[in-house]
Design a protein around this ligand. Structure first.
Ligand SMILES: [Zn+2]
Length: 287
């Protein structure tokens, strides 16, 4: 188990040139065939045979050792190893932002909205802030809203159970609404509210996994407003960019490690503790 992990290189095989013994690294935990149409197009994350180390097999972050091809290993330099374990979900957030066309500073000063302040929602806010956008996060849990503000990944937070999101966003943006919004909740009502808070010709990106079909008013919400909805999964060539954002101090991962536990206590201190909404990421140490 464990697909978000960091570690130290212990051995390198023949022909490995970019990585040395002792390097601190993260692993992009993909298993791909390298031969299908998606792989040939460069979309290796959409491989027909895609699997994840730590989910589909081959050990993972809870193993003491793991062997992977050089292409999946990314040196993290001076980033502390505990923070480096969050490079993986940060890459998920970055990939969604890139897929929506906002992974650059061309949209500096524009408004973005994130629905949900779980780990991916918070890290999405962090990347949007790194690119200079103004961020509103909508989240029903007070503890998570506090976290978003404390960590500096939201300029404003909204409690959608008590406030009308559309009204609040209209007020904050002087009637313009947001350029882009990100669904990090996976709840139909949240997606609906995000669509309505996104300006005409704006973009909505679904990052969350919706477990049920969703029906929408395409003519009113998309066609007549020329809004675009996209969706993204995983990451593809995002790791080097997010590692640099962290190294350059544009993203601070420290606030997101809320607990550190030992591998032998993973059920009690890890899985059970995740029910607490104040927990963002619980790091499992193999020491
Ligand atoms: Zn493939």
């Amino acid at each position: 188990m464990g697909h978000e992990f960091s570690g130290v290189v212990e051995e390198v095989g023949p022909g490995v040139t970019g990585i040395s013994v002792g390097d601190h690294v993260v692993v992009e935990p993909f298993m791909v065939d390298g031969t299908c149409p998606s792989c040939n197009r460069g979309d290796y994350h959409l491989c027909d045979q895609m699997g994840f180390i730590g989910i589909s097999g081959r050990g993972g972050g809870l193993s003491e050792h793991i062997v992977v091809e050089e292409r999946w290993v990314h040196p993290t330099g001076s980033i502390p190893l505990d923070q480096a374990a969050l490079i993986e979900p940060l890459a998920v957030a970055h990939h969604g932002i890139a897929h929506a066309g906002y992974a650059n500073t061309d949209h500096e000063g524009e408004w973005a909205l994130v629905g949900g302040a779980g780990p991916i929602g918070l890290l999405t806010g962090a990347v949007l802030k790194a690119y200079g956008m103004k961020v509103i996060i909508s989240e029903p849990s007070g503890a998570r809203r506090d976290k978003a503000l404390e960590a500096g990944v939201a300029d404003h937070v909204v409690n959608p159970l008590e406030e009308d999101l559309h009204e609040k966003v209209t007020e904050l943006t002087d009637g313009e609404l947001v350029s882009v919004s990100f669904d990090a909740a996976g709840v139909p009502q949240v997606l609906q509210d995000l669509i309505h808070a996104t300006r005409p010709a704006g973009r909505i990106e679904v990052l969350a996994l919706h477990m049920h079909p969703y029906s929408m008013d395409i003519m009113a919400d998309l066609t007549m407003k020329e809004r675009v909805i996209g969706s993204s999964i995983g990451y593809c060539n995002d790791h080097p960019t997010v590692i640099k954002l962290v190294q350059d101090g544009k993203v601070d991962l420290a606030p997101f490690i809320t607990s550190k536990i030992k591998a032998e206590n993973v059920v009690e201190d890890g899985f059970n503790a995740l029910r607490n909404p104040q927990e963002v990421k619980i790091l499992v140490s193999m020491d």
